[in-house]
Design a protein around this ligand. Structure first.
Ligand SMILES: [Zn+2]
Length: 140
């Protein structure tokens, strides 16, 4: 074993499982982003939305649209995790009555477009009003 191999082996043995998982996920994300970019280029040529030598603004516009779609997908998945981690009951902000929370679909206007997601809503029988305990915490 040469010195470089010894150093490599020493370094890899010190990688924690969470660091290894993070590195694996980052590598996977890089691969998927490259693949998405390749598919987008092939698709734009196959469906004729980009032909020959287009104006750069056409290339940029399609690329930006793809980025916005990815952003919306990420936002929806993150919000699903937020909702899944919420308690199933919440206190009414008006009177403090603990109420059962139910899933509710709502459209959110993000900087990358409108996206639907589920959030939890409580209906207070005393105040006769609905409240959204989760949304106040996450800023939507
Ligand atoms: Zn109430």
């Amino acid at each position: 074993m040469d010195d470089a191999a010894a150093v490599w082996r020493e370094n890899t043995s010190q990688v924690s499982p969470s660091d290894a998982k993070t590195a694996q996920l980052m590598e996977r994300l890089e691969r998927l982003l490259r693949e998405a970019a390749e598919v987008e280029v092939e698709l734009s040529r196959a469906n004729g939305s980009i032909k020959g030598v287009p104006h750069y603004s056409v290339i940029e516009g399609r690329a930006h649209e793809l980025g916005q779609r990815l952003s919306r997908e990420v936002q929806q998945r993150q919000m699903r995790k937020v909702v899944a981690s919420q308690p199933v009951t919440g206190k009414c902000p008006g009177c403090g009555t603990r109420c059962e929370l139910q899933p509710f679909r709502r459209d959110v206007n993000s900087v990358d477009g409108v996206l639907p997601f589920q959030e939890l809503v409580g209906d207070c029988p005393r105040c006769r009003r609905s409240f959204f305990p989760a949304t106040g915490d996450v800023g939507v």
